[in-house]
Write a protein that binds this ligand. Structure first.
Ligand SMILES: NC(=O)C1=CN([C@@H]2O[C@H](COP(=O)(O)OP(=O)(O)OC[C@H]3O[C@@H](n4cnc5c(N)ncnc54)[C@H](OP(=O)(O)O)[C@@H]3O)[C@@H](O)[C@H]2O)C=CC1
Ligand SMILES: O=C(CO)COP(=O)(O)O
Length: 338
């Protein structure tokens, strides 16, 4: 296969690695920037990310590097796959090293504290002249690595940018769809993490499938309502990056956020659950940020409020569920039906 594009992926965690490899397997030359020398050596010498995705063979066209300027040299597209807490720091470093024609893509599913900035907003602030996009969807890294058929959505106001991302990433096992609703696509990915925690908690408490079905339906109503307030298209939430990602992340212990909720549901304190995780669970920070923003905007979010009560105010799960399901239900049902 001829060499096609030169791209960089920033962040050598599970998702950065699998996206880098997907593009490499499509014939592109990929620089994977990370900060752990032992991991870089593992990728370059043994073709394996033995920390985040052991057993997954990485294509020869992926080169791991610790040097950001080396990674950005001669590229046409850069994908950012670091947790939201580090996103702006990394993007600021990128901004002084790339030209205005380089496409910048966020893979991150989180929100920046201190102003409630979405990742697309951070990109617009730090790289105002570059073409930009976000990619989101039901994309458990380990399933993509296992070759399971998966699909994502690339969102940009510029259809040529979406087409270029399709060209880099689309394959027989990883399908790329397009959208112009950037806020809707990225908010779906960020908000579902909150409900994955809630779902893990429900599963740990052996709630019935009917109950969980109701909770997830209300989650979809609640996340759409919040996102519409921020300017998203509600129909986006009926697609892959909305209900698609909500279903996946709320259904499996492969999700870190689900595992956090499961641990809490089994009675583990939050600090203990997090101490046992070596990967990011974005939903924890997103929960506090969304609650504050929803309160500020006057958006009703009973599930968010309830989960916040359990996590940060030590409210009993049974009391919270009684509040959510009986006191607040009329308002949500009204929204779903409208
Ligand atoms: N995993 C998944 O299934 C999916 C994840 N995502 C999203 O992608 C983002 C990344 O997730 P994922 O790869 O799974 O996370 P992981 O926890 O697997 O890895 C995080 C990576 O980010 C790196 N990192 C953190 N801070 C910095 C920094 N300041 N500079 C450079 N590198 C940094 C870490 O480096 P180090 O190892 O040195 O600490 C690590 O390589 C998250 O927002 C997540 O929600 C989206 C879709 C699917
Ligand atoms: O976003 C994901 C799947 O689409 C991954 O979810 P977790 O971050 O909860 O593992």
């Amino acid at each position: 296969m001829p060499e096609r594009h030169r791209v960089a992926v920033l962040g050598g965690g599970s998702f950065g690695t699998v996206i880098a490899n997907t593009m490499a397997c499509n014939g592109n030359q990929v620089a994977l920037w990370l900060r752990n020398p032992a991991l870089a050596a593992s990728i370059n010498e043994r073709r394996e990310n033995d920390e985040y995705l052991p057993g997954y063979t990485i294509d020869e066209r992926v080169t791991a590097t610790l040097d950001l300027s080396d990674a950005l040299n001669g590229i046409d597209t850069v994908f950012v796959a670091v947790p939201s807490a580090s996103f702006r720091t990394v993007v600021k470093d990128v901004a002084v090293q790339i030209g205005p024609s380089v496409v910048v893509v966020s893979l991150t599913k989180g929100i920046e504290p201190g102003g409630f900035h979405l990742m697309s907003e951070v990109l617009a602030q730090e790289l105002p002249h570059n073409p930009r996009a976000v990619v989101s969807g039901p994309n458990l890294a380990r399933e993509i690595a296992a070759g399971q058929l998966s699909a994502c959505v690339s969102a940009s106001p510029d259809s040529a940018v979406n087409a270029s991302i399709h060209d880099l990433l689309h394959s027989d096992s990883f399908l790329v769809y397009s959208s112009s609703d950037v806020y809707g696509v990225e908010l779906g990915g960020a908000l579902k993490n909150i409900y994955a925690i809630l779902s893990g908690l429900c599963h740990a408490r052996d709630f019935g499938e009917n109950t969980i079905g109701m909770v997830l339906t209300r989650a979809l109503a609640e996340m759409s309502r919040f996102a519409v307030e921020l300017g998203a298209n509600p129909l986006t939430f009926l697609g892959l990056s909305g209900v698609g990602d909500l279903i996946v992340t709320c259904s499996t212990p492969l999700s870190r956020n689900y595992r956090v909720g499961y641990g809490l549901g089994k009675g583990q304190p939050l600090a203990e659950v997090l101490a046992g995780m070596d990967q990011v669970a974005e939903g924890i920070n997103t929960l506090g940020l969304v609650k504050a923003e929803a309160d500020r905007r006057g958006v009703p979010m009973p599930l968010v409020n309830g989960l916040y009560g359990i996590l940060y105010e030590h409210r009993p799960v049974s009391e919270v569920f009684s509040d959510i399901m009986f006191t607040e239900v009329a308002r949500d049902v009204e929204f779903v039906a409208s």
